[in-house]
Design a binder for this molecule. Structure first.
Ligand code: FE2
Length: 364
């Protein structure tokens, strides 16, 4: 490939617009083991919002809610419910990232600007992606504060126990009917990503519903964005259900990597996080399907963790139920043991599990 015109060091942070950031922050601390590290709000000079910054290993989440009736944050929450607003990308040059992408057709959201405080300076800029989601470029090489200028360091009295979450493995977007290729092209042309994998509706269909998916990745492979669109089936696809409740395109799930999925999932279950369940029969032919693995089958079965293998190794994964009342955003916990793929062998069992949930919600 030609010179990478958009080098990215990794995910900088994920910002959620939510109804009640103070309480969401508590959920992510107690259930997922994130630590509160920074805060911005009326006490720091913001008039319309409050933001809590949480961290675990390389993952940073920002939870933001409106404190006034009318604001971009309250409009977003009214329309979409709690959801991901910003997929922020850590770059060495936020101005160049903005120029390279906008000159290739990206819609500008935030012109490059330098923000400063006593801990140094950060350059930020932002562009639009699917739905109302944005990519913010963050250049932080001259900064050593808690998060970004404007935020103060904040700790909680709460005793938080991390659960082994390491980094963001991939973030999946759901887009409307027939829009997958448009967004794949956006990532290819505007952001210099390349197409990694294509799943058609034959790969991802059950007796009832279907979807299509393509995965794009940046030059160094640190950023992976699968893009899903609904496909025609006998019943309503899970992607359509998402689009109905989110009122358009948006982030469907965030996959977080762990080095010890049995520990991570045991802790999450203990702390009350709900996961999708596949039937017991899934484990009957597991070894035939994926071959020898290092883990005992028993704890995987007890925790309902799924396994899949590709040419390079295997992976272990599990999916939460939606983490808000709208059937929209959920999490994947993934442990890779050589495999670079996404668990295609689990799609059928998983989608049937999702359909059972859709049925319970009356949305199938
Ligand atoms: Fe995933």
């Amino acid at each position: 490939m030609d010179q990478d015109f958009l080098p990215i060091n990794g995910t900088d942070y994920l910002e959620f617009y939510v109804g009640n950031a103070k309480q969401s922050a508590m959920y992510y601390q107690t259930a997922f083991g994130y630590e509160l590290v920074a805060y911005a709000g009326p006490e720091t000079g913001l008039r319309d919002r409050a933001s809590y910054v949480l961290k675990q290993d390389k993952i940073r989440l920002v939870l933001t809610s409106s404190i006034v009736q009318d604001s971009p944050v309250s409009d977003h929450v009214k329309k979409h419910g709690d959801g991901v607003k910003v997929l922020a990308l850590w770059v060495d040059d936020a101005k160049k990232s903005f120029e390279e992408t906008t000159s290739r057709g990206a819609i500008a959201v935030e012109e490059p600007r330098t923000i400063k405080d006593e801990h140094g300076e950060v350059v930020v800029s932002a562009i639009q992606t699917y739905g109302e989601t944005i990519h913010r470029f963050v250049e932080r090489k001259n900064y050593n504060g808690a998060f970004l200028p404007g935020y103060i360091k904040k700790e909680s009295e709460l005793e938080v126990k991390p659960i082994g979450l390491k980094y963001v493995d991939h973030c999946v977007g759901n887009v409307g009917w027939g829009e997958m290729n448009k967004w794949v092209e956006f990532y290819e042309k505007v952001m210099g990503f390349s197409l990694l994998i294509t799943f058609d509706d034959k790969d991802i269909s059950t007796d009832y519903t279907a979807l299509m998916s393509k995965v794009v990745s940046n030059g160094n492979g640190y950023i992976k964005f699968p893009i899903n669109e609904p496909a025609e089936g006998k019943k309503k696809s899970q992607i359509e259900e998402y689009l109905d409740f989110y009122n358009g395109a948006g982030v469907q799930h965030i996959a977080i990597a762990t080095d010890d999925i049995i520990h991570t999932v045991s802790e999450l279950r203990k702390r009350g996080v709900d996961f999708l369940r596949v039937p017991e029969t899934y484990y009957e032919d597991l070894t035939d399907r994926v071959g020898e693995i290092e883990e005992d089958i028993k704890p995987l079965k007890d925790l309902n963790i799924l396994v899949d293998r590709d040419e390079e190794g295997y992976l272990l994964q599990i999916f939460t139920k939606p983490v808000q009342d709208r059937p929209t955003l959920f999490y994947e916990i993934i442990q890779r043991k050589g495999a670079k793929s996404f668990g295609k062998g689990n799609f059928k069992a998983l989608f049937e599990a999702i359909e059972r949930e859709q049925e319970l919600r009356g949305n199938l």
